[in-house]
Write a protein that binds this ligand. Structure first.
Ligand SMILES: Cc1cc2nc3c(=O)[nH]c(=O)nc-3n(C[C@H](O)[C@H](O)[C@H](O)COP(=O)(O)OP(=O)(O)OC[C@H]3O[C@@H](n4cnc5c(N)ncnc54)[C@H](O)[C@@H]3O)c2cc1C
Ligand SMILES: NC(=O)c1ccc[n+]([C@@H]2O[C@H](COP(=O)([O-])OP(=O)(O)OC[C@H]3O[C@@H](n4cnc5c(N)ncnc54)[C@H](O)[C@@H]3O)[C@@H](O)[C@H]2O)c1
Ligand code: SF4
Ligand code: FES
Length: 809
C-alpha cells in the first residue's frame, strides 16, 4: 500500500519538493496538497513581471491543473488547513476536509509584514505577495493616480517599477538613508536611486511612517516628522514573517520560523517543514534558491535516498527592474578583516565590487553590468582560492583580458548550480543540450526551467550553449528593443522607413506596442531612429530624451549642473577665457575645471541660472551631456611640435565643426595626433586620426572607459579632404546601423571591422553617406542659443525644457 503524504501550502517550495520526490520515487506516495489560494502552483517571483506588464497570470503557472491529475495528486485549492492533529496524524481544513497522513510537509511560506499603523486597515492599503494583490494593483491603476510604496527593498522597488509602468505616480518611502541596504553598499544604492529617479520614481528616505490618512479609502501617509504625502494606494513592502501560526498551535517547535534539522525534520515525528516558513540553523530564507535546495534534501529523505542533508545556503539576489542591472551576493558590506576590489564608472553607470577574506571571494555587488554575477556567485559558493588573482577577477590580468564567460562556463564542474532560482546544475543543462537538442536559451528554459524566473542566469546559460555547440550553433532568442515590443531594432527601423512613420506615437501604434506610452528604453531609441531616418520631417521629441539632454547640461550629485562650452579642438582664445572667467565670478561658480576632453567646465550652476550663464558666456554648447560628438582632442602638431608632420590642431578644429551637434547612437569622442607618437591618445577614441609621413591614418572603435578597447585601423589616406570624407561617411554609417545606445567599440565588435570597411570602400557610397551626414548636420542648431532666443519671446525656461519625461533615464 502507498504511504500517504500531505503537503500544506501549494506554493513554490512545497510543490518543488514534491516534483523532486516524484522524480526520485514515483508512485511511492499517495499525495494530497492543500492551498489557501484558488490557483494551481505558480511562480510568485514573476508577479513582478505581471505587474510590470511583461507577463500575464497564465504565463506564470508552474504546474497547471493537469499536472496534478497526471501525477495522481489530490489538490484542494481555496482551502486553508486549520488543524494538524499530530497524534492521530490527520489534517483538517477550514472547509472541513480531513485527510490522514503518514508523512506531512508544512510549506506555508511567509506573510507580508503589515506595519501596525493607525489607518492601515483602510481600503487601498495592501501588500504585494500574491495574485490577488497583483490584480488589486492592476485594477487600482485604472482609476487612481498616486501610489506610495513603503519599503525600499527588492519587493518595494519591483512594485514601484510595476506601478510606474501602469502610469501611476510613485513615491517610495524608505526608513534608511540608502535603498536596499540589505543587498547594496552606499555607492551602488546611490547609483540605483539615481537610475530609478530618472525612471520617474520619487524617494522619501529616512522617513518614519506615522499613520495612514483618509476616510474609508486611503488619501495619504503621514510621517513622524509631521510631513505628509498624498496617496490613492499604499503598498507595504517592509519584509516578511514566516507563517508559523498553524505549526505553533499544533505543538511543532517554532522560533522565528519552524525549527528544522538538516533533513527538514521538525521536532514532531513525520512532520517536516520546507520553504520560507522553515528555520534552519537559525536562518529563515526569503529567496527561492535556498528553498529549492531544502526541497531537494527533503525529497531525498522522503524517497529514502541517502544524503548529507541540507547545510545552509549562500544567497544572491538580482533586482528585476527593466533597464536596471543590480546583483548582490554574500557578505557585500566589507567588514573588518576583508579587503575589496572596486571598479566605478560614473559615465556608463557601472559599479563592481568584490569582497575578499582570507584569499576567497565572500561577497559581490554589481551595478550596471551584472554579466559576471553567476561567475562570482559560483566563486563565493565554492570558496575558490583566488590569492594573487584578486584584481584579475574584475580588471583582467596585466595586458590580458578577464577570463571570458565562455571560458568560465567551460571550467565549471557538472554539479555546479547555474540557475539558483530553479536549482538547475550545469550537468542538467548540458544534458538537455545534448539529448533534447536545445539550441537557444529559450529551449533550455523550456527543458530545464533554467533562466525562467529572475533571468539572472541567462548569460551563463548562453555561455554553456556556446561551450556545447560553438558560437555558430547557438540560436539567439528573438528579443525586442525593450519589453514593450518583440520587434528588433532592424525591424523597427525598417518599419519606420517602409511605412513612413514620423513620430514615436505612430510607431508604437502601428507596431502595437504592449505599453502604449513606451518605456525609458524605447522612447529615446525611437526618437533617435526617427531623427536619423527623417532629419527634416521628424520633430525632436524632447520629452523622450535623457534628463541631461533635456536640460542641456549634466546634472551633478548635488542637483546643480555643469556648463561646458564648445572649445573646438581644445584651442581657445584669451577672449573666450575672459568670458568664462567673468561668468565664473558673476555666478560664484564652485569649481572651474579643465576637463579630460581639453575644455573648461563650470560646475555647481543652479538650474535656474543656466539660461543666463549661457547668455553671458555667448559661446555654443559643448554637448558634454549628449549622445553626439563630445569633443575632438588634439595635440599641437606641426604648428609647434618639432616631431609633428601635420597640422593636428587645424584638422581637429575642422572635424569638430563638421561633426558637432548631430545625434549619434551613443556619445562619440574623436582625437587627432600630429605624428605617430600619438600624444592625443587617438587610438582609444571612437575615431582617431594619426598623422603619418605623407598622410593620415584613421582608427575606429576605440574606447578608454571601463572596457578599454584599442581602436582598429580603418584606412590610410593622403589628403585632408579624404580625412573629412572618410570621417563623415564613417559617422553616418554608424548613425544608420548601430543600435541606439551602442558605443562604436561595441558596435564594431558586433559587426566586425571588415563589414565597416566594405561599406565605406566604394567612393560613391562614401560620398552618399557623407552627403546624408551633412544634410542632417545642417539642420541642427545650438540648443543654448535656441533657449535664449525663445526666452526673449517670453517662454519660460521650465516650459522650454520638458520635465515630465518621468521615466526616461
Ligand atoms: C512579488 C515577489 C517577487 C519575488 N521575487 C523573487 C525573486 O526574484 N527571486 C527570489 O528568489 N525570490 C523572490 N520572491 C520570493 C519568493 O517568491 C519566495 O521566496 C517563495 O515564493 C517562497 O516559497 P514558499 O513555498 O516558501 O512560500 P509561498 O510561495 O508563499 O507558498 C506558500 C503557500 O502556502 C499557502 N498557505 C499558507 N498557509 C496555508 C494553510 N494553512 N493551508 C493551506 N495553504 C496555506 C499560501 O497561501 C501560499 O500559497 C519574490 C516574492 C514576491 C512576492
Ligand atoms: N528580486 C528578488 O530577489 C526579490 C524580489 C521581491 C521580493 N523578494 C523577496 O521577498 C521578500 C520580501 O521582500 P521585501 O523587500 O519586502 O523584504 P526585505 O526585508 O528584503 O526589505 C524590506 C525593506 O523595507 C525597509 N523597511 C522596513 N521597515 C520600514 C518602514 N517602516 N518604512 C520604510 N521602510 C521600511 C527595510 O529597511 C528593507 O530594506 C524578501 O524575502 C525578498 O528577498 C525578492
Ligand atoms: S603626437 Fe607628435 S606632433 Fe603631436 S605633440 Fe606628440 S610628438 Fe608632437
Ligand atoms: S538564477 Fe534566476 S532564473 Fe536562473
Amino acid at each position: 500500500m502507498k504511504k500517504k503524504l500531505v503537503l500544506i501550502g501549494n506554493g513554490m517550495a512545497g510543490v518543488n519538493a514534491i516534483e523532486q520526490l516524484l522524480k526520485l520515487a514515483p508512485g511511492k506516495y499517495e499525495i494530497t496538497v492543500f492551498g489557501s489560494e484558488p490557483h494551481p502552483n505558480y511562480n510568485r517571483i514573476l508577479l513582478s513581471s505581471v505587474l510590470a506588464g511583461d507577463a500575464n497570470i497564465k504565463d506564470i503557472v508552474i504546474n497547471d491543473w493537469s499536472w496534478y491529475r497526471e501525477n495522481g495528486i489530490t489538490l484542494h485549492t481555496g482551502q486553508t488547513v486549520t488543524t494538524i492533529d499530530t497524534t492521530k496524524q490527520v489534517v483538517i481544513s477550514d472547509k472541513g476536509t480531513t485527510v490522514a497522513y503518514d508523512e506531512l510537509i508544512i510549506a506555508t511560506g511567509s506573510l507580508p509584514f503589515m506595519l501596525p499603523l493607525p489607518g492601515a486597515d483602510k481600503e487601498g492599503v495592501i501588500a504585494f505577495r500574491d495574485i490577488k494583490d497583483c490584480e488589486t494593483m492592476l485594477e487600482t491603476a485604472k482609476h487612481y493616480k498616486r501610489a506610495v510604496v513603503i519599503g525600499g527593498g527588492l519587493l518595494g522597488l519591483e512594485a514601484a517599477r510595476g506601478l510606474r509602468n501602469l502610469n501611476m505616480e510613485v513615491s517610495v518611502v524608505h526608513i534608511f538613508k540608502h535603498l536596499m541596504e540589505r543587498q547594496l553598499d552606499e555607492t551602488a544604492a546611490r547609483m540605483l536611486q539615481e537610475e530609478l529617479e530618472s525612471q520617474g520614481m520619487q524617494f522619501l528616505l529616512e522617513k518614519h511612517t506615522d499613520s495612514i490618512l483618509g476616510g474609508k479609502r486611503v488619501t495619504g501617509v503621514r510621517f513622524k516628522d509631521g510631513s505628509e504625502v498624498k496617496a490613492d494606494l499604499v503598498v507595504m513592502a517592509v519584509g516578511i514573517r514566516p507563517n508559523i501560526a498553524l505549526a505553533k498551535e499544533s505543538g511543532v517547535e517554532i522560533n522565528r520560523g519552524i525549527v528544522v534539522g538538516d533533513y527538514m525534520e521538525t521536532n514532531v515525528p513525520h512532520v517536516y517543514a520546507v520553504g520560507e516558513c522553515a528555520e534552519h540553523r537559525g536562518v529563515a530564507y526569503g529567496l527561492v534558491a535556498p528553498l529549492y535546495e531544502q526541497g531537494s534534501e527533503l525529497a531525498k529523505r522522503l524517497a529514502g535516498v541517502p544524503s548529507a542533508g541540507y547545510q545552509g545556503s549562500v544567497v544572491s539576489t538580482k533586482l528585476k527592474v527593466s533597464g536596471v542591472n543590480v546583483f548582490s551576493a554574500g557578505q557585500f558590506a566589507g567588514e573588518p578583516g576583508t579587503k575589496s576590489v572596486r571598479v566605478q564608472d560614473d559615465f556608463d553607470g557601472i559599479y563592481k565590487k568584490i569582497v575578499i577574506r582570507d584569499g576567497k571571494v565572500v561577497g559581490a555587488v554589481l551595478f550596471g553590468d551584472t554579466t559576471e554575477g553567476s561567475k562570482l556567485f559560483a566563486m563565493i559558493r565554492n570558496g575558490e582560492d583566488v590569492r594573487g588573482r584578486e584584481k584579475e577577477i574584475l580588471l583582467g590580468s596585466q595586458g590580458g583580458a578577464k577570463a571570458s564567460g565562455v571560458e568560465y562556463a567551460a571550467s565549471m564542474a557538472n554539479e555546479e548550480i547555474v540557475c539558483g532560482c530553479n536549482g538547475v546544475s550545469k550537468g542538467t543543462i548540458m544534458n538537455a543540450i545534448a539529448e533534447k537538442g536545445c539550441t537557444s536559451v529559450n529551449d533550455v528554459k523550456y527543458c530545464t526551467k533554467a533562466s525562467g524566473s529572475c533571468g539572472g542566469c541567462k548569460p551563463l546559460v548562453a555561455d554553456l550553449l556556446t561551450v556545447a555547440l560553438g558560437a555558430d550553433g547557438v540560436t539567439s532568442v528573438k528579443e525586442g528593443i525593450c519589453s514593450c515590443t518583440l520587434y528588433s531594432r532592424d525591424e523597427v527601423v525598417d518599419a519606420i522607413k517602409r511605412m513612413k512613420l514620423t513620430t514615436s506615437k505612430e510607431v508604437m501604434n502601428v507596431l502595437e506596442w504592449k505599453n502604449p506610452e513606451g518605456c525609458s528604453k524605447c522612447r529615446p531609441a525611437l526618437n533617435y531612429y526617427l531623427g536619423m531616418i527623417w532629419p527634416e520631417e521628424h520633430e525632436d521629441e524632447v520629452e523622450s530624451r535623457a534628463v541631461n539632454e533635456r536640460n542641456h547640461g549634466n546634472i551633478q550629485k548635488d542637483s546643480t549642473y555643469s556648463v561646458i562650452p564648445r572649445i573646438h579642438g581644445g584651442v581657445t582664445t584669451a577672449e573666450d577665457l575672459k568670458k568664462i572667467a567673468d561668468v565664473a565670478v558673476k555666478y560664484n561658480v564652485q569649481t572651474v575645471k579643465i576637463t579630460g576632453a581639453q575644455r573648461i567646465g563650470l560646475y555647481g550652476i543652479k538650474k535656474e541660472d543656466l539660461p543666463s550663464v549661457w547668455q553671458d558666456l555667448d559661446m555654443t554648447s559643448g554637448f558634454a551631456y549628449g549622445k553626439s560628438l563630445r569633443a575632438v582632442k588634439t595635440c599641437v602638431g606641426s604648428t609647434w611640435c618639432r616631431f609633428g608632420t601635420q597640422d593636428a590642431m587645424s584638422m581637429g578644429i575642422e572635424l569638430e565643426k563638421r561633426l558637432e551637434r548631430l545625434s549619434t547612437p551613443a556619445k562619440t569622442k574623436v582625437a587627432v595626433s600630429g605624428c605617430p607618437r600619438n600624444c592625443a591618445e587617438a587610438t582609444i577614441k571612437d575615431l582617431g586620426v594619426v598623422a603619418i609621413d605623407g598622410g593620415w591614418e584613421l582608427y575606429v572603435g576605440g574606447n578608454g572607459g571601463t572596457d578599454v578597447r584599442p581602436a582598429e585601423l580603418l584606412v590610410k589616406v593622403k589628403s585632408e579632404e579624404e580625412v573629412i570624407e572618410w570621417t563623415l561617411a564613417y559617422f553616418q554609417y554608424y548613425r544608420e546601423n548601430a543600435n541606439y545606445n551602442e558605443r562604436t567599440s561595441k558596435w564594431i565588435e558586433r559587426v566586425g571591422l571588415e563589414s565597416v570597411k566594405q561599406a565605406l570602400e566604394s567612393e560613391e557610397e562614401r560620398l552618399a553617406l557623407k552627403e546624408r551626414f551633412e544634410k542632417s548636420a545642417g539642420l541642427t542648431k545650438d540648443p543654448w542659443k535656441e533657449i535664449i532666443e525663445k526666452q526673449h519671446l517670453s517662454q519660460t525656461y521650465e516650459s522650454l525644457v520638458p520635465q515630465d519625461a518621468a521615466n526616461i533615464v
